[in-house]
Design a protein around this ligand. Structure first.
Ligand SMILES: Nc1ncnc2c1ncn2[C@@H]1O[C@H](COP(=O)(O)OP(=O)(O)O)[C@@H](O)[C@H]1O
Ligand SMILES: O=P(O)(O)OC[C@H]1O[C@](O)(COP(=O)(O)O)[C@@H](O)[C@@H]1O
Ligand SMILES: [Mg+2]
Length: 327
């Protein structure tokens, strides 16, 4: 049972959806009810909150959802919530339902919004990291990353089949904005000849040299994994440069949103369930501004303030691994 004055919690998803969000929602709802709390679902993230799109949830509202990708609560990106006036309106709407704490499932942007809501209006907040990009500071893992990598690896394996049959080079563009995480992991797991990361300058000479060396030693295909960067389409720029500078022909495949859908992997289901459970326990225990994080293989709590930064650093040893295995 809750040992604070908190009686009613609400949960929302915000930013890009990610597979496993439904597992987190289910865990939040069922843990809250187990703690004797009322639990509300806010539809469509901060935008839905500002439209008062809120309903009470029950144990059965979240039945039969954990195996599905996407989010039953839906999600959004909201300009209005970025303004102090928007957040004041959100606070008024939350209070009108008797809601006294909020669980936000989302990425670094959603966390920054939640932190402001806490600082400006005193709402206790607990964040659950949900984004395929694995780019939130303070946590080794964000829900959906494993499924997105799995989806991309499946796709690249298929591309490899046709690339081999025609002796072709493919540039496969993966999601992740400024985060190198998906590109690097997919590159290692598919035996890519090269990975182009969002923060690095592109070394076309090296890419062309690697492809040429591979062909000379009898390789029948080459795959370059490119992280999309701020906007999709970098694959076509790489294609153009390889053609113009080295007369090298390459095909482009942008995997896009296919990476973000589909049934969550067991890893995502497990971590999301643990995080949803811990988030409610933390609020029920009187925590004011925390987030669930995954550190050293365990779900634990951390101050929300340590999770507000977008993470785009990567482990150099992973690049070394990829490079040394793709000779
Ligand atoms: N600095 C901020 N201040 C207030 N709200 C923000 C801020 N950054 C993001 N948000 C809110 O969070 C939403 C989701 O952020 P976004 O960066 O798109 O996704 P993610 O949370 O997945 O990183 C935004 O549409 C906006 O409403
Ligand atoms: O949904 P949109 O607007 O197409 O955004 C695509 C972006 O969303 C993501 O899938 C996830 O981003 P967030 O989780 O930070 O919102 C990125 O990998 C991708 O660049
Ligand atoms: Mg983000």
């Amino acid at each position: 049972m809750s040992n604070t004055s908190i009686k009613t919690i609400a949960v929302l998803c915000s930013g890009g959806d990610s597979p496993g969000m439904n597992c987190a929602i289910r865990a939040v709802v069922r843990t809250a009810i187990g703690e004797g709390l009322n639990i509300f679902g806010i539809q469509k993230g901060y935008e839905g909150l500002l439209e008062n799109n809120i309903r009470e949830l029950s144990v059965s509202s979240v039945g039969n959802i954990l195996q599905h990708g996407g989010t039953v609560l839906q999600t959004s990106r909201s300009k209005e919530f970025r303004t102090p006036e928007g957040r004041a309106k959100a606070a008024r709407i939350l209070r009108s339902h008797g809601i006294d704490a909020l669980v936000v499932i989302g990425g670094d942007g959603s966390y920054n919004g939640a932190m402001k809501l806490h600082e400006e209006h005193g709402f206790p907040i607990c964040g659950i990291p949900g984004t395929i990009d694995n780019d939130i500071s303070g946590t080794d893992y964000t829900i959906g990353f494993d499924t997105a990598v799995q989806n991309a690896v499946d796709a690249v394996d298929k591309i490899r089949d046709t690339a081999n049959s025609h002796a072709r080079t493919f540039i496969v563009e993966v999601m992740g904005r400024k985060s190198p995480a998906i590109a690097l992991k997919v590159g290692i797991c598919t035996g890519a000849e090269n990975v182009v990361l969002p923060t690095a300058t592109i070394d076309y000479q090296k890419i062309a040299g690697d492809i040429d060396r591979g062909i000379k030693r009898g390789k029948t295909s080459s795959i370059i994994i490119a992280a999309e960067g701020e906007e999709p389409g970098i694959g076509y720029l790489i294609q153009k440069s390889l053609k113009e500078q080295f007369q090298l022909e390459a095909h482009v495949c942008i995997l896009g949103h296919i990476q973000r859908g589909g049934n969550p992997t067991p890893t995502d289901r497990l971590i999301a369930s643990q995080m949803g459970h811990c988030a409610v326990k933390a609020l029920a225990n009187g925590e004011k501004a925390t987030a669930t994080v995954f550190l050293q293989g365990k779900v634990v709590m951390a101050p929300l303030s340590t999770c507000l930064r977008k993470k785009n650093e990567f482990d150099v040893s992973e690049v070394e691994l990829l490079t040394s295995l793709s000779i």
